[in-house]
Design a protein around this ligand. Sequence first.
Ligand code: GLC
Ligand code: CA
Length: 554
Amino acid sequence: MSDWFKRAVVYQVYPKSFQDGNGDGMGDLRGVISRLDYIRQLGADVIWLNPIYEHSGVDGGYDIRDYRRIAPEFGTMEDFEELLERAHERGIRIIMDLVVNHTSTEHVWFQESRRDKTNDKRHFYVWREGFEGGEPNRLRSVFSGSAWKRDEATGEYYLHMFADDQADLNWHEPRVREGVYEMMRWWLDKGIDGFRMDVINMVGKPENVLLSDGGPGGDVCNGPTEHEYLREMNHKVLSRYDIMTVGETGGVTTADALRYASLDGSELDMVFQFEHMGVDDEIGPDGALTKWSTARLDLVKLKRILARWQNDLHGKAWNSLYWSNHDQPRVVSRFGCDADEASRVRSAKMLGACLHMMQGTPYIYQGEELGMTNYPFAAIEESRDVEAINAYGELVLERGTFSPEHMMACIRRKGRDNARTPMQWTAGRNAGFTTGTPWMAVNPNFERINAEAQASDPDSVLSFYKRLIALRRELPVVTDGDFALLMEDDAQVFAYIRNDGKTRLKAVCNFSGEEAALEGEAVSCGERLLGNYPDEGDADRLRAWECRIELERA
Ligand code: GLC
Ligand code: CA
């Protein structure tokens, strides 16, 4: 069993917004090929590619019509093979998004399944009779409204945990699992280096939340057969290749992760947990916890969550480390400060330092390494994202829970489109993303924030990220050391020590725009490796958004 995943640094590419290669306004595979050297210079050695398969255009490629074809706007299979080859030449591996909790309703399996109740593929999806003339039960879709949709052909309802064009596969049907495994082997045999598995802890859905009884439904995640299916997948597919895997697993606890991501290699290499993404959720006016909030970060909560993940998994399972991805707002706007240029640069570096010195495999979402910010969405018409559009429809138009102004403030803070604006390469036209009309507006701050300007600036966020990645490569303690949280109850400072018995590495970060006092072991002592101010400052206090990385050798 190989463990290169422990030393990997992953760069996430959202192809539609990364680099347009042919001027049609959408990013594509030729565009990614043209930017491989940028990723290599950053120091990342794995690319996670968001879905590039043929899809129905509903949910950013997560609504797949054909798993074995490349969507025409991204290019051809030849382009993909060339990308893989060029990446491998540069020592960069590529992992693909595996979206197998659901398919598009345009997928041939669903087309057959919906035809009639006795169809050979009927049980490939989750079909239920209605309850008293309505939906089978009150289970809700992640994208608002009921998770059930009535289908004309048979009058039965199918399950869709996301948009109604995304029908959930029935993993309890062995032929579904075999079909998925066969498709996975097909990609792995092409030479790809692993998978990021979309909402993979939803596949073992408990039967009792799917009853046609008019009941409340319930949690579909981490069901009773989940581990059995992943072990089967591991045995039949994953263990036969030298690859890395990461499961997207909402609602997992560290106890769950000890099984999903155990170092015994029986399931996955690591998971994306979401506890730390919930620190700025809020109880809405209807009494339910919602991501649609404008709440600020509760640092004490964030520290406790991340420290628990560090400590509970140490030596037993493996962590992923991330602040952002295509589903999250820009972290500098969320947990840092983008109000002025000095704060933006400092807080973006501080956030990078805080995350990258922890134990686990770090993921950098495109543009995070530049400190790219949220977008100033003024009206819902500017949103492209089905999640935000549906939520606006439900919370503002249907129920009146939120005023339009409040909902737009929430979308500006938390909406997924913040992460999906085009990558800012240069100060030139359309930020160098396309020569045509970009599919989504470029953030107006591209003249100030772009890769070209930062590449030549030793004090840029980009240069700082390069240093962070290089430090990880130079110091084994970053990969192997244990973790001890300092100043646990402090609401400004996030400080911790990593220790592998030979080296003690300390990261001390100020998550506020005010000065912060340091106490106990957090006070600066050892050798300063990296910081985000030009001088060392006082040993016992941090300036606004300051971070320090220090080393003590035994
Ligand atoms: C995951 C993806 C997200 C998508 C959803 C449904 O959460 O990251 O982008 O909308 O699954 O596939
Ligand atoms: Ca294009």
